[in-house]
Design a protein around this ligand. Structure first.
Ligand code: PEP
Ligand code: MN
Length: 339
């Protein structure tokens, strides 16, 4: 971190500020005196340095970060790719591209079990399905809640597929623990820091979705919350961000994939369903994701999309899921991977 001082900052003032920084935050301060301006280079762990307090100093002109604020999620700290295990035998971040598929919402025992079997027969290795649904309208279907978890567990017992499902409330963690294999934190909760802190205390993987109005740095800082608590089993998911474009539900930030892969060691998956918001866009966006280096995909598949209780427009039928999976194989191979 670099602090640029205003012209006229006295040596006495700079000594006082440097002393405070060292005493309060444990950083070493290296002052560089110029003809008019003095620059302070802070060396050490600057993550906890209070920038707001510094900006209140009448002689501080501006503050520049020279290091990313995320540490545990940073590739500099961990040069090898992290591989995150879900259930017994799914590894995200390995050579095999992991496809997580299933309905937006769990609707009934028959629905989730049937979808699980079809998704599995086409190569999906993780079953997704929402039991608690964070909906924009309080009048929309809110999910089957605890019953939905039981139905997911039943589908797991029938197929062996590990389960990823969204958690919206830290008070539900206990309930979820033996019913799911991976906790999903949805876009709307990416900065629910109390939820992140609680999930940081457990050992199960967390699929963290990017908030639709969050920068890549904010996304990684949320991953950092989980990891700082001790849970390093984090999978990042790009699911589209909000832009001025209204033709698509969100804009898939495909460039986030190579950026995240470059600056972080965590595996990155893409959700083309919530990005495009319409079924026919899922396959091309999924292909783009793999070509950009994604480690996996999360795809909404439904037995009867026209009557789905949520996100029917973007859900794939069994036939289109099969076609989509077939179209992904060549791209995965070209990337030196399999699916
Ligand atoms: C979902 O996966 O069903 C979902 C609600 O996704 P997001 O949080 O990305 O909107
Ligand atoms: Mn959905």
């Amino acid at each position: 971190m670099i602090i640029v001082m205003k012209n006229g900052a006295s040596k006495e003032h700079i000594d006082h500020l440097s002393g405070w920084l060292t005493e309060r935050f444990g950083v070493h301060v290296n002052p560089l005196y110029g003809t008019g301006t003095t620059v302070l280079a802070l060396i050490g762990d600057t993550a906890s340095v209070d920038k707001d307090a510094l900006l209140r100093d009448e002689y501080v002109e501006r503050i520049t970060k020279v290091q990313e604020p995320f540490k545990l999620a940073n590739r500099k700290m961990h040069p090898q790719d992290s591989v995150i295990q879900i259930g017994q035998d799914v590894f995200v971040g390995d050579r095999k591209i992991v496809v997580m598929a299933g309905p937006c919402s769990v609707e009934s025992r028959e629905q989730i079990t049937d979808i699980a079997k079809h998704a599995q027969s086409q190569g999906a290795t993780v079953l997704r399905g929402g039991a608690w649904k964070p909906r924009s309208s309080p009048y929309s279907f809110q999910g089957l809640k605890a019953e939905g978890l039981e139905l997911l567990h039943h589908a797991h017992q029938e197929t062996g597929l590990p389960i990823v499902t969204e958690i919206t409330n830290p008070a539900h963690i206990e309930l979820f623990l033996d019913k799911c294999d991976c906790f999903q934190v949805g876009a709307r909760n990416m900065q629910n820091f109390e939820l992140l802190k609680e999930l940081g205390r457990i050992n199960k993987p967390v699929l963290l979705k990017r908030g639709f109005a969050n920068t890549i740095e904010e996304f990684l800082m949320s991953a950092e919350y989980l990891m700082a608590g001790g849970n390093e089993n984090v999978i990042l998911c790009e699911r589209g961000i909000r832009t001025y474009e209204t033709y698509t539900r969100n804009t898939l930030d495909i460039s986030a994939v190579p950026v995240l892969k470059r600056i972080s060691h965590l595996p990155v998956i893409v959700d083309p369903s919530h990005a495009g918001g319409i079924y026919w866009m899922v396959a091309p966006l999924a292909r783009a994701a793999i070509a950009a280096g994604a480690d996996g995909l999360m795809i909404e598949v439904h037995n009867d999309p026209a009557h789905a209780l949520s996100d029917g427009a973007q859900s794939l039928t069994y036939e289109s899921f099969e076609e989509t999976m077939a179209s992904l194989r060549g791209i995965a191979n070209a990337m030196g991977r399999e699916i």
